[in-house]
Design a protein around this ligand. Structure first.
Ligand code: GLN
Length: 491
């Protein structure tokens, strides 16, 4: 049952061949036995109560196609009833009085929440090792990181602990873990999914999206997650292009005539040979399916790293000021005065990577440094956005390349080297800075004794609001290949 896709589970539920309670119980049992540390909070009674409601809805004939389908949420989304920690000691005991809009929309559709998923603290990281609650193991190779920051999300789908999950992507946090864990994930256009109730990291970049086994499942989930929300000031309205959409509508369109832009900057120095090989093989497959490859250039790609690692920390330093032990978060004991209480609470509550980013962000926003760093980074952001505008539409319909320069690395191998982690984000940051949709689909494995069991992801980037196109392209690839059907041994 756990190897089935959301689409398949949905059909079984509608035909009443399985009940929502049976499904939830099956996945909860698997979660209980798992040693991956993918889940942070599980509450059997709450899950089963939601499943029982779903069964009632199915019996009453008021179900949606997703009613009774299990889902699990990255612990960045606040949820009523479950703790919401953002992977931080700061929020270790926090329970929200309300649900994030994305969570609420899935509940309204009748989906059943299996629990909350581990992630890097406040979504800052690329390996899930920055979680205050321990690293997550990659189900393909327990010595490897699952990627991050949505590492628990990706590992849960790969290990078939949940058929679909939510993730968030600020600079690659859906695409990179999806790539490292051999699953499918999509970050929609910035402003598509509501950020209300998503614990903020960098508000001009943060975006929610689904992760699942297939593009078809992601399309089903995305249709439920998106839409205007007046409680998010940057949520796009229907008039701006964010009307309710059925993202499955174009899945079966043939790819004949599709122009795929292949940026030379995504195949340069630093790209591992085994990753390049798998990605090039995927491109060849697309040619077989009727697409043509077009050489393009995104000249400012390398600048995405310094620009992102200025802008994201600047926004984080402001967003995280609310965690002061008074308004939100952990409060230290034994302080002398108010200043001391703030200092101690923040020093105890935040982990080292979060503290580093708050300091960097605060520094570059200071009077005297603002123009040299923050303003300059914003100018680079504009140039990166322009790079995409110069090619998308005129030269190509979609852009393809690797998600990350290597397959998943060993747990611990880069844990003390923040810059090494930042550099590995080279291919995902630009898309986020431009606010474009991007996705990752499995397209092979690495090479050599160690890497042969570690998956490689293909990145597909499209124009604003082109999610249906990306999902179409991904689905056609998945109809012609079986990478997405592979599962780690013993599943
Ligand atoms: N790896 C990037 C970072 O550490 C992206 C994280 C994300 O997308 N949330 O900031």
């Amino acid at each position: 049952m756990h190897t089935k896709t959301i689409k398949e589970l949905s059909e079984l539920l509608q035909k009443k061949e399985v009940s929502a309670v049976q499904l939830a119980t099956h996945f909860l049992d698997r979660i209980e036995k798992s040693d991956l540390n993918a889940f942070l909070h599980v509450d059997r009674a709450l899950t089963l109560a939601q499943a029982a409601e779903a069964d009632k809805r199915i019996a009453a004939g008021t179900a949606t196609p997703l009613t009774g389908v299990p889902i699990a949420h990255k612990d960045i989304f606040v949820t009523q009833g479950w703790r919401s920690t953002a992977g931080s000691k700061m929020l270790a005991n926090y329970t929200s009085p309300f649900d994030a809009t994305v969570v609420q929309k899935m509940l309204d559709a009748g989906m059943v929440n299996l629990g909350k998923l581990n992630c890097d603290e406040f979504a800052m990281g690329s390996s899930n090792e920055n979680s205050a609650f321990g690293a997550v193991k990659n189900p393909w190779d327990k010595a490897a990181v699952p990627g991050g920051s949505s590492g628990g999300s990706a590992a849960a789908v790969a290990a078939r602990l949940a058929p679909g999950v939510t993730g968030t992507d600020t600079g690659g946090s859906i695409r990179q873990p999806a790539s490292f864990c051999g699953i499918t994930g999509i970050k929609p256009t910035y402003g598509r999914a509501s950020r209300f109730g998503m614990i903020a990291f960098a508000s001009s970049l943060d975006q929610a999206g689904p992760m699942a086994q297939t593009a078809e499942d992601c399309a089903l989930l995305l249709s439920t997650m998106t839409g205007f929300d007046e409680r998010d000031s940057t949520s796009l309205t229907a008039e701006q292009g964010n009307a309710a959409e059925d993202f499955t509508r174009d899945l079966n369109k043939p790819l004949a005539g599709l122009r795929i832009g292949v940026p030379k900057e995504y195949f340069g120095e630093g790209l591992a040979a085994d990753v390049e090989k798998a990605v090039r093989a995927a491109l060849a497959k697309f040619v077989e399916l009727g697409a043509t490859l077009v050489d393009i250039s995104l000249p400012n790609t390398a600048l995405s790293i310094p620009a992102y690692y200025m802008i994201a920390p600047a926004e984080a330093s402001s967003n995280l000021s609310r965690f002061d032990g008074v308004r939100y978060g952990h409060r230290a004991e034994g302080y002398k005065d108010l200043q001391d209480m703030y200092k101690k609470s923040r020093a105890e509550g935040f982990g080292p990577e979060v503290q580093r980013r708050i300091m960097v962000g605060t520094y570059i926003l200071c009077h005297g440094y603002y123009d040299a760093y923050y303003l300059k980074a914003q100018k680079i952001r504009r140039k990166i956005t322009q790079d995409f505008a110069n090619v998308l539409g005129s030269q190509c319909d979609v852009i393809m390349g690797p998600v990350a320069p290597t397959v998943a690395w060993d747990l611990g191998s880069k844990a003390d080297d923040p810059v090494a982690n930042y550099l590995a984000d080279i291919f995902t940051l630009s898309t986020s800075l431009a606010g474009l949709p991007g996705m990752s689909i499995p397209c092979g494995f690495g090479e050599g004794e160690k890497n042969a069991k570690r998956p490689v992801g293909l990145q597909i980037i499209g124009n604003y609001f082109a999610e249906a196109k990306l999902l179409n392209v991904a689905h056609q690839f998945q109809q012609a290949t079986d990478w997405h059907k592979r599962a780690p041994s013993g599943i």
